[in-house]
Design a protein around this ligand. Structure first.
Ligand code: AMP
Ligand code: ZN
Length: 119
């Protein structure tokens, strides 16, 4: 299965899913990987990423969008298992919005009061 995945060998998050860079795993299946953020912005802060290299939400197409629905199923399941009943899901697209790693990821943040709109 992993042989057919589109990976970018120079990508930080592709290296994490390949096990080349260590991470603190929250969840894994054949399509996606979840791990705690190295610089947490809330008491609970983890990232959920597709194993396939997709640069951002802007790279989601009819051909690869199934993994996005799957990731949201995983977010619902993992947050339930962690006992989180209120949380925020964020994806930054592009530099101006604050994206620093060009591999699609959804931040899941919980455990503190949040403001709106986000800064
Ligand atoms: P963004 O800035 O939205 O692209 O999110 C990228 C996130 O990846 C940031 O919150 C970083 O703290 C996080 N991050 C960067 N490197 C690592 C790493 N090696 N392990 C876990 N999280 C990381
Ligand atoms: Zn990647």
């Amino acid at each position: 299965m992993s042989d057919v995945l589109n990976r970018d060998p120079g990508c930080l998050f592709c290296k994490i899913t390949a096990g080349e860079i260590p991470s603190s795993k929250v969840y894994e299946d054949e399509l996606c990987y979840a791990f705690y953020d190295i610089d947490p912005q809330a008491p609970t802060h983890f990232l959920v990423i597709p194993k396939e290299h997709i640069p951002s939400v802007a790279g989601v197409t009819a051909g690869n969008s199934a993994v996005v629905g799957h990731i949201f199923e995983v977010i619902a399941q993992v947050t339930r298992e962690l006992g989180l009943d209120s949380y925020r899901v964020v994806s930054n697209i592009g530099e101006q919005a604050g994206q620093s790693v060009p591999h699609l990821h959804f931040h899941v943040l919980a455990g503190r009061d949040m403001t709106w709109p986000p800064g």
